[in-house]
Design a protein around this ligand. Structure first.
Ligand SMILES: Cc1ncc(COP(=O)(O)O)c(C=O)c1O
Length: 278
């Protein structure tokens, strides 16, 4: 059988069909084939398997290394959002301690909620001074979209070409990276050109001022928000033009458009020199 190369930056193989999986797993001759069979039987098939038809069966991980059942070590360059590496001992210890003391919701008063809030606030400029905790990046973006809509009274939103912002209904709408013939563009969503100087519509041409001048041409009477990663990740690690956001954000605000910065992949020090990409 032909081996397919992974095509996306997050290591997701070209989407395999159920028939591909059955072919790979039949007859079941290895433990990996058994696992593929069991997944097909019991899990939603949209949970794709990376590097199929040669998936990795991972036993454990430490720091930047993921170790397969057969002992093979792999440097993990794709495992989404493991900000401090795998199984960091300090992190593991702190989670275990807290799990043994208290896990509850924000309706009660207890110290760790405000301790975490204050630690986070120290990482923000003074004007960003209010925190909401969420379970996931998708939930955070979904909430930001709701807040923008309530604030502006407008349901429309602009996202960047190639963007990925999450798996909820609302965040799929602003994730062109995930659209296909079954999941198409919501009419309330406008796709702006990606600020990529390397490939695509603006390769080699545009500077930040031109881009900021282009944005009003795609703002319409419904547009209440603009969402982007400061450096697009799934779209191909796109580093925008110099001064891109300092030119763009004032233009958005002058049109009453709320700017949302998605820091799910780029925040918490992932870019190295700065804690947040914005
Ligand atoms: C840029 C970006 N935004 C949002 C999300 C969604 O985050 P989560 O998987 O925690 O819902 C992701 C996940 O990879 C992401 O990369």
């Amino acid at each position: 059988m032909e081996v397919k190369e992974p095509v996306h930056t997050n290591g997701e193989s070209e989407r395999h069909t159920k028939a591909d999986c059955v072919e790979r797993a039949s007859p079941a001759t290895t433990r990996i084939d058994d696992i593929v069979h069991e997944r097909l039987e019991k899990l939603n098939p949209t949970l794709s398997i990376s590097y199929f038809p040669n998936p990795l069966q991972i036993k454990t991980a430490k720091g930047a290394i993921m170790i397969e059942e057969n002992g093979q070590e792999n440097v993990d360059c794709i495992n989404n959002v493991s900000h401090i590496g795998h199984c960091h001992p300090k992190f593991v210890k702190r989670i275990a301690e807290q799990a043994s003391i208290l896990q509850t919701n924000s309706r009660f008063l207890y110290d760790v909620l405000l301790e975490a809030t204050n630690k986070l606030l120290k990482k923000f400029p003074p004007e960003l001074c209010v925190v909401t905790f969420c379970n996931s990046g998708s939930e955070a973006n979904d909430l930001a979209m709701q807040m923008a809509q309530v604030h502006t009274g407008k349901p429309g939103i602009i996202c960047l070409d190639g963007a990925y912002h999450g798996v909820t209904r609302a965040t799929m709408d602003i994730s062109p990276y995930k659209w296909n013939d079954k999941y198409k563009q919501n009419p309330l969503v406008t796709v702006a050109k990606s600020p990529c100087t390397y490939r695509g519509a603006l390769a080699g041409k545009t500077n930040s001022k031109d881009y900021a001048a282009y944005i009003p041409s795609i703002i319409n009477e419904n547009t209440g928000a603009f969402i982007s990663e400061m450096m697009q990740s799934c779209a191909g690690q796109v580093i925008p033009f110099k001064d891109f956001y300092s030119e763009l954000y004032p233009v958005l605000r002058s049109h009453g458009v709320v700017a949302i910065a998605d820091e799910v992949q780029t925040g918490f020090g992932r870019l190295g020199s700065h804690f947040w990409a914005f």
